[in-house]
Design a protein around this ligand. Sequence first.
Ligand code: ARG
Length: 583
Amino acid sequence: MRVDFKAAIAAEISKAVSAKNPDAAAQENWAGFLETPPNPEMGDIAFPCFRLAKIFKKSPAQIAQELLGSLENAPLPFLSKAVPAGGYLNFYLDRSAYVEQALKPIAEQKEKYGSSRAGAEKIITIDYSSPNIAKHFHVGHLGTTMIGHALVNILRFLGYTVIGINYLGDWGTQFGKLITAYQKWGDKNEIERTGIDALVELYIRFHQEAEKDKSLEEEARAWLVRMQNGEEEALALWRRFGEISMTEYQRVYQRLGITFESYRGESYYNDKLDSVVQELKEKNLLTESQGAMIVDLSEHQMPPCLILRSDGGSLYPTRDIAAALDRKNTYRFTKSLYVTGMDQCLHFAQWMKVIELMGYDWAKDMVHIPYGMVVFEGGKVSTRNGHVIKMEDLLNEAAAKTLDIIEKKNPGLERKESVAEQVGLGAVIFNQLFNSRMKDVLFSWERILNFEGETGPYVQYTHARACSVLEKARQASLAEADWEPIWDQIVWSVLTDEHSYETIKILERFPDAIAEAADKYEPFLISRYLIALSQAFNKLYHYNPILTASPEEKAGRLALVFCVKTVLAAGLALLGIAAPEKM
Ligand code: ARG
């Protein structure tokens, strides 16, 4: 079991205070007061005594002194000493004891280290990726796909039951246009051959021709009506467009290791919209405005939420309301998450407010998780006019560029192509998850593929380096299978030097990084964590030779390498990134 050092200290402080004044102790969250001193000479954990000084009407320095006295016999075996200084009581960890306490949970739990049962019995739905049928899965979906996938992994690691939902954009006026274009200029074979490319061409052609020939719009509307009326000819084409699109999407998801529990898209809600409109009417929320039906949100400082268009067509918000009701019914979620670009913030704020106005108290359990844009370096987007950058092309390019690098750096590497795929994709994913999600993401090949920068490849490379050290140890000990330290023979004091200690302190806070990432829906907290751990380990590796050290040191250092390797792989896995053992 992991010892929470801060919590243990806080509990003892609370006991000491309540011995003197039970009321004061009950009021405060002492763990929340504990700080990390600005430099290690002042100890590892500090307790500021100013609050207690007020309660007991004594100076903070006096309180620090008295507290030290009360803690004299407290069971805190991982501390070497506590020293009062400037109104603080500073605690110094006993390094050997600390190192042992910090690494043992990793030895026991291995790749499960940092996981918990915090989410047991709780269900979370997460709506992410959700591309639009007959359109490419493009870089605009990078954020929702990568952030969503990382959140799925992180929440599952914490014990939640997570339902990943791909809310496909599979209904709307565009399909009427597409069917019209297909009937006029479509080529079945071309579509079989080039997939979505052909559909996009048809869609573009429709708009070009419609400029000259206004009757096309009429025709498109007629096709949409036939779809809405359930006419088989129209629906068969619509289904075919869906299948063609899914083929491309699935190729991408497979490469990224993403699967969904549900593919209920927009069309699934066609026959569930009337009852939403009915319910809104019954609850006196609908008003008419210029022929449209809206929910007035002026009291909530928002423009109205459009429920029905003047032509009777339904809208994006109405479907989202129907889908939310369906998800609550189907999954009884504790939380319902939606990951989209921040241009949809108003849309989500509006319809979620409508759910609240409908009287559903679970409206508070729905969370919109927005993110910034991908900005390509120099603003140059290398694609033909009117075309977006396809996710698949981006991934292909990432793998190809990585293969070039491997050919130069390590031409003898086995399974080069598959490592290039893992590292190339890792670079793209890591870059997407490297900053707080609201920030725009800068994309430059040079930067994201830099093996020495703050990148995915750097973390993967550090992991591979740790693996190779362990592999050498395995060979030297003639072990056949996976090599693992003999934990009860480790002399922990060999790991108390500055570099080992710094690395271990980082290892020890992995569970906190995961919990915070889940709490804030911010995978970048894990990316940053992995960079910090990689940097500490590379420094350690530079200063502490392993294979030439004394047997005791060697065993201890190898155990530490084992822990670093384990945590790097676990962290990468949470982000949706592979950790090859050689690269
Ligand atoms: N299909 C939409 C798009 O590509 C995203 C859907 C987001 N989810 C939702 N429930 N509205 O922009």
